[in-house]
Design a protein around this ligand. Structure first.
Ligand code: GLU
Length: 465
């Protein structure tokens, strides 16, 4: 059996967006599933719009998601000689021809066709045919090269996602494959690359469906094997419209910035248009064991931020606390918060992870262990009641001498509320607010234990109780 070879072929004109990342993921997962090869190809022939920064953003985004490639990156701009060579071969074989039609002639042709209410198309005036006399070659007109597309019949393929797709050859005019300056055109480069790279499965966005019949015809003319095609439907935003910048985080690295874990994003993207029964949560390894082209949906997938957050929290909870701490620490450092002198960050994140769905939210939550977060006047007014003050003062005195462990601290809280005839929240709430600046925290005894005696005393002393 031939080895499966897939590719991801982004144009480096911007960041790696969510749609591109999903295409990369599906191509990667399919290659891994079939023990094939995954190739990265940078389609940088649009020189005006391609940038080295965008190439780097694509490579970084894929590395962050863990989508490792086996071959490449290949750059189309470095393959120009090869494209020219194939163009020469096609000219010799008669599957391509020089066309000397000038821009003015093409404009005139278009105007005539439009006047007749016909679809504008090249009329084949330079297309060689048996028994046809071609016009005399004009002086000083650099020719383009056109592909001699079959005139009759249909070009069809069984799309792995969309089913059978068919185009009438009569609908396709003779594509320019090399411009007058000799540079090859987009569809042609893709064909030569897919051929040279032995691509067996082309998995890409369905904005390329219209390119496929042309590409198949050129591949056929070259005597190349035709790959399988799987065209992925677009991704819609949360609101059901086409995913765009308006929806906020569309760059993959934005998800990194926002505190998502790559495993969560990979799991989430896998479910955007592919399914394995009712499974929502699966590891990368399961994805690789299960991924197939049969269960890609033909309908558009809709982005759901809530679901991504839910998955992210799941993966955060799965991580050993020390690893989680190692991810949160640089986020705190970026805010100028050093953790070395404060409580153990591993214990802090372990205490808070259940209530946080991104690394950033977790960093927000544990921040109060390392810098004093001044409680808002509003929170203080709400919780620091007159009946709580004597109990708080009492508690502060007790805390100075208590054994520093959760059960002892817990016992001290209980004794204090009992002695003052209060309900637990009357003491616990102002403590939370005064110690962390937040009204919602995990169990207050655990929070106190983690903050440490010195700091607890300092923080309590800041508010007049
Ligand atoms: N370079 C194309 C793009 O970024 C993809 C081409 C392909 O997959 O055939 O949309």
């Amino acid at each position: 059996m031939t080895q499966v070879r897939t590719r991801f072929a982004p144009s480096p004109t911007g960041f790696l967006h969510i749609g591109g990342a999903r295409t990369a993921l599906f191509s990667w997962a399919y290659a891994r599933r079939r023990e094939g090869r995954f190739i990265l190809r940078i389609e940088d022939t649009d020189v005006a719009r391609s940038t080295p920064e965008a190439v780097q953003a694509i490579i970084d985004g894929m590395a962050w998601l863990g989508l490792d490639h086996d071959e490449g990156p290949f750059y189309q701009m470095q393959r120009m000689d090869r494209y020219r060579e194939v163009i020469q071969q096609m000219l010799q074989a008669g599957t391509a021809y020089y066309c000397y039609t000038t821009r003015e002639e093409l404009d005139a042709l278009r105007a005539e066709q439009e006047a007749r209410k016909e679809k504008p198309r090249y009329d084949g005036r330079w297309r060689p045919e048996a028994g046809k006399t071609l016009p005399p070659v004009p002086a000083g007109v650099p020719p383009v090269v056109r592909f001699k597309n079959p005139r009759d019949g249909v070009v069809a393929w069984t799309d792995q996602v969309k089913g059978r797709i068919e185009f009438a050859n009569a609908e396709l005019d003779d594509l320019v494959i090399a411009r007058a300056d000799g540079t090859p055109t987009y569809n042609f480069c893709v064909v030569v690359d897919d051929w040279d790279m032995g691509i067996t499965h082309v998995i890409r966005g369905d904005d390329h469906v219209n390119n496929t019949p042309r590409q198949i015809n050129i591949l056929t003319a070259l005597g190349a094997d035709i790959p399988q095609y799987a065209h992925l439907s677009m991704i819609l935003g949360d609101d059901g419209t086409k995913l765009s910048k308006r929806h906020g985080a569309v760059s993959v690295m934005q998800y990194f910035d926002d505190g998502y874990l790559p495993d969560a994003v990979v799991n989430y993207l896998a479910r955007l248009g592919w399914s394995h029964g009712d499974d929502e949560i699966f590891s990368r390894q399961q994805l690789v064991e299960w991924f197939d082209l049969d269960h890609i949906t033909a309908s558009a997938a809709q982005f759901n931020t809530e679901k991504l957050l839910w998955l992210n929290q799941h993966y955060m909870k799965q991580l050993p606390a020390a690893e989680l701490a190692a991810l949160v620490q640089p986020r705190l450092a970026a805010r100028g918060i050093a953790t070395a002198d404060g409580p153990d960050l591993t214990q802090a994140v372990a205490l808070y992870v259940d209530r946080c769905n991104t690394l950033n939210v977790l960093a927000d939550a544990v921040e109060a262990f390392y810098v004093h977060v001044e409680p808002s006047a509003e929170l203080l007014a709400q919780h620091l009641s007159d009946e709580a003050r004597p109990a708080l003062a009492d508690f502060a005195a007790g805390i100075a001498g208590v054994a520093w462990e959760i059960p002892a601290i817990n016992a001290l809280i209980k004794e204090t509320v009992a002695r003052h005839g209060l309900k637990m929240p009357k003491l616990a709430m102002p403590l939370r607010v005064m110690l962390t600046g937040q009204a919602q925290t995990p169990s207050v005894d655990a929070v106190i234990a983690l903050i440490g005696r010195e700091r607890v005393l300092q923080k309590l002393a800041r508010e007049k109780i």
